[in-house]
Design a binder for this molecule. Structure first.
Ligand SMILES: Nc1ncnc2c1ncn2[C@@H]1O[C@H](COP(=O)(O)OP(=O)(O)OP(=O)(O)O)[C@@H](O)[C@H]1O
Length: 489
């Protein structure tokens, strides 16, 4: 039996459309966690007579961020040793409310899809963002000398909504720098980066999520508290406190975090929610990764192989091996494709076939371990990419994609621009700070320590003469020392 992972999108015709992916893992337990979706006509009642309601205009296309997507994204994020940084971008409008099949009900009778019950969720439609970057350059000037360091050189690529683009390559290749540029955290010195054909604006900042290798979350706050404080701080003033709290609850529901909403996030020293629960994302995803497993590698839609700030490959991850084989580089032994690609990017051609151009170098400039130098390999791969693939990819990047957007991004952002004012921010942050530190302040050990210290200090001043403070402190101190010595000996 096939395991179905369904992704829904809502077309202009108002039909839920089904896109299914088959997966190799097919255990019943996994299937239980996956929400089953079928094709629905919104104008008709489903067969079990439970209505699907259209609550707002369904004319625009959006991606429903349901459990399947999270399951997919979460599963690779679970691999926290591999993951270095992750960027998710989306463009959103107001909330929509829809009824969806209840996954827990589906789990009880997963053989009969019609017997599932329904639950209502509010979703923030994610209008996909098409991210495109062309000839991106980044250089820095060394502080001590006037030498210019080129960190990224003419890197191009694109990623469509719902796709995962991964950056791979050796350490220092420029992956993190590129991620920082795409997220708008750092400005590029050359080239263009566009989001749905528009340049970066401040308002886009709200649509970009950046997950660092080490999360910046408060370990002592619960999942619910974390999301509620974020909602109170970031959502527009037009919404009431209750509406903001409700929005936070909706996010918890959307992400399937109901069962751990009152669990502390946790961190290095505090056990909390699991890694996968901590890092949930969806939308257009760009990630950097060091050494993915072959299973994880297959989940990437697109790949950029970076070395010394240059692209050695950009294209479909599934076609990377084919491309390198076409330029004469293939593994001679069974190898994880990710390992093969990283080796190549490092200039390591051990256990790999190499083209005649590199064999010539091998004859003339034999290195200690018997192969072309990493520099020669890099040069060859760069030349091959420039001449054969980059033209093709540039053509692809420039191909206009039809994004079915029925609202103006700028208008949407303007309406949501304002968050909490200065006073509200101060009060929310103060309360959040108190909550975050409550475990430190209100731990039994801390209470005993503070009480004991207060009693001891208080005893110093017991029956003291307020008029001669200095001498009294000295007397009391010497008295305590004498008593301590007596106790010891
Ligand atoms: N602001 C800066 N000033 C000087 N050098 C920089 C700066 N930012 C990045 N670099 C250098 O640019 C290169 C690329 O750095 P980057 O962090 O992007 O690499 P990376 O591929 O993410 O590496 P890793 O996989 O080890 O995290 C490194 O050699 C780094 O030292």
């Amino acid at each position: 039996m096939e395991q179905k992972v369904d992704i829904l999108d809502l077309s202009e015709a108002g039909l839920f459309q089904k896109a299914s992916k088959d997966s190799e893992n097919n255990t019943k337990s996994t299937r239980k966690t996956i929400l089953k979706m079928r094709s629905f006509d919104l104008n008709k009642e489903p067969r079990n007579e439970q209505p699907i309601r259209k609550t707002k205009s369904l004319s625009s296309q959006f991606l429903v961020n349901i459990d399947e997507l999270i399951n997919e994204t979460g599963s690779f994020l679970n691999n926290s040793d591999d993951e270095m940084g992750l960027l998710s971008i989306y463009e959103s409008s107001s909330l929509h409310s829809i009824n969806i099949p209840d996954p827990s009900a589906a789990a009880t009778d997963d053989e009969d899809p019609d017997s599932c019950s329904w639950r209502k969720i509010q979703i923030e439609p994610a209008f996909g963002i098409y991210l495109k970057f062309e000839d991106v350059n980044y250089k820095v000037n060394s502080k001590n000398s006037n030498v210019e360091k080129r960190i990224l050189q003419g890197v191009s690529g694109s990623v469509y909504p719902g796709e995962v683009l991964a950056f791979m390559g050796p350490s220092g290749g420029g992956k993190t720098t590129l991620l920082n540029l795409l997220s708008g955290r750092v400005k590029n010195n050359g080239g263009t980066i566009t989001y749905n054909d528009r340049l970066y604006t401040k308002s886009l900042k709200r649509r970009i999520g950046f997950v660092l290798q080490d999360d910046i979350v408060f370990p002592h706050l619960t999942v619910k508290e974390t999301l509620t404080y974020s909602a109170l701080l970031r959502l527009p003033n037009a919404l009431s406190r209750e509406q903001k709290e409700e929005r936070a609850m909706n996010v918890i529901s959307e992400l399937g975090l109901e069962s751990c909403q009152n669990t502390m996030i946790g961190g290095t020293f505090v056990r909390g929610v699991s890694g996968g629960e901590r890092k949930r994302a969806g939308k257009t995803v760009v990630t950097t990764i060091h050494q993915p497993s072959s299973r994880l590698f297959r989940k990437f839609d697109k790949l950029i192989l970076l070395s010394k700030g240059c692209s050695l490959y950009f294209g479909k991850a599934s076609e990377a091996m084919l491309y390198f084989s076409s330029i004469g580089c293939s593994p001679l032994i069974a190898m994880n494709p990710a390992e093969f690609l990283i080796d190549l990017a490092n200039g390591n051609v051990k256990d790999k076939s190499i083209p005649s151009q590199l064999e010539d170098k091998f004859i003339h400039f034999e290195t200690k371990d018997g192969g072309p130098s990493p520099g020669d390999v890099h040069e060859y791969l760069l030349g091959a990419y420039e001449s054969r693939a980059s033209k093709l990819e540039k053509l692809q990047i420039n191909t206009r994609i039809l994004l079915n957007r029925t609202f103006d991004m700028q208008n949407t952002h303007n309406s949501e621009e304002c968050g909490a004012n200065w006073h509200s921010q101060f009060s929310i942050l103060f309360k959040r700070g108190l909550k975050e530190r409550r475990h430190e302040y209100l731990s039994s050990l801390r209470i005993i320590q503070v009480t004991a210290t207060s009693i001891i200090v208080g005893l110093l001043w017991w029956h003291s003469d307020a008029s001669s403070t200095k001498s009294h402190v000295q007397d009391q101190a010497s008295e305590i020392s004498r008593n301590t010595l007596k106790t010891l000996y």
